[in-house]
Design a protein around this ligand. Structure first.
Ligand code: AMP
Ligand code: MN
Ligand code: MN
Length: 326
């Protein structure tokens, strides 16, 4: 089944001329690495390629090979034949990349979120895959698309970040086999790991210090949460990208089953980030109740209301689910 789907996607990639390779808002390593990897492979096929993300390239991922090719979308739409959404569970999480590709005749949707409804013409969703980057590696191999050291390094970062450095339960033997192939294709593991995990700006650690000050526990210490107000974010001068991964400090506590991170946004909403350590506690289902989505063990939502209100509503639901399932 997957070979036939890859074949259809491969054909669309070979036949198209003008491409836009897109990823979700508030991008992570999987979105940005996947976008660059597929964009570079298409460029090597001689295609006219745009690689757009609402936020452009983040400072923290600017070490990715050919990072400068990933830009913000233009205000005016451009003519493209094929738009490709990567790692994006619902189409409107493409943000302002969406209006820029209005003219696209074919939509390709490649993702690993179980909540992805399968929008688009050519759809490849594999919820078992730990990263969109892993699916792209399989596509590249199966369709004999170009791959070089730069593409390999982008895929490696995509897979490494979405598996929590090959630690989360979605990491399989195949993931390690792919990582080995990427290393053979030229990835410098030590260098890339240092740039990914040991290169944080000081303000990120100052943010962690503040967050730990707000840490609270519920449901007999099985639920841990912390929160970031707009005022604190402003005082510390943090960027949205600074908080990727900080929730892992809560998840890492023995006995904690669900970790929650609340972040007050400027638009009257609160960004909720959730992690679970038990398949029995499905945080995607919790987040879907609040209009969000994601995976069983990692999900998120944007919920209207003040920080205190959203904290109360969400923690009530989490306590309830944890109480019933553990
Ligand atoms: P995060 O906590 O932002 O790292 O997100 C964890 C997972 O949940 C990711 O796979 C996201 O794609 C998904 N996710 C986060 N926020 C939302 C949202 N507002 N709607 C749908 N899915 C989301
Ligand atoms: Mn992602
Ligand atoms: Mn992903």
């Amino acid at each position: 089944m997957s070979a036939a789907k890859f074949e259809q996607i491969g054909q669309a990639l070979r036949e198209g001329v003008r491409f836009a390779v897109l990823g979700h808002v508030r991008p992570d390593g999987d979105a940005l690495g996947s976008q660059l990897a597929l964009g570079l492979s298409l460029k090597q096929l001689g295609k006219d390629v745009r690689i757009w993300n609402e936020e452009g390239m983040l400072e923290k991922y600017s070490f990715l090979p050919n990072a400068n090719l990933l830009t913000k979308p233009p205000a005016e739409p451009e003519d493209v034949d094929v738009a490709i959404a990567l790692d994006t569970a619902i189409q409107n999480r493409l943000g302002n990349s969406l209006p820029a590709v209005r003219s696209a005749k074919v939509w390709i949707n490649i993702d690993h979120h179980p909540s992805n409804p399968g929008y688009g013409d050519l759809v490849y969703i594999d919820p078992k895959s730990p990263a969109t980057g892993q699916i792209l590696f399989e596509l590249i191999k199966s369709e004999k698309l170009p791959i070089d050291a730069a593409i390999a390094e982008n895929l490696y970062v995509a897979i490494s970040t979405d598996t929590g450095s090959f630690q989360y339960p979605n990491t399989t033997a195949r993931t390690f086999e792919i990582a080995a192939e990427l290393v053979r294709a030229g990835v410098d593991v030590g260098r890339v790991s240092q740039l990914t995990y040991e290169n944080y700006p000081r303000r990120r650690v100052e943010l962690l210090r503040d967050l730990l000050g707000t840490m609270r526990f519920d449901a007999n210490d099985r639920v841990a949460s912390f929160s970031l107000s707009l005022a604190t974010a402003k005082r510390l001068g943090v960027l949205p990208e600074d908080n990727e991964g900080l929730i892992d400090h809560l998840r890492a506590i023995r006995g904690v089953i669900v970790a929650v991170f609340f972040e007050e946004l400027a638009d009257g909403k609160v960004r909720v980030s959730m992690r679970s350590k038990s398949e029995k506690v499905n945080v995607c289902a919790i987040c879907e109740k609040f209009g969000g989505g994601g995976h069983v063990l990692a999900a998120g939502a944007r919920v209207r209301g003040s920080l205190a209100e959203v904290e109360r509503k969400i923690l009530e639901e989490v306590r309830d689910v944890v109480g019933r399932n553990s």
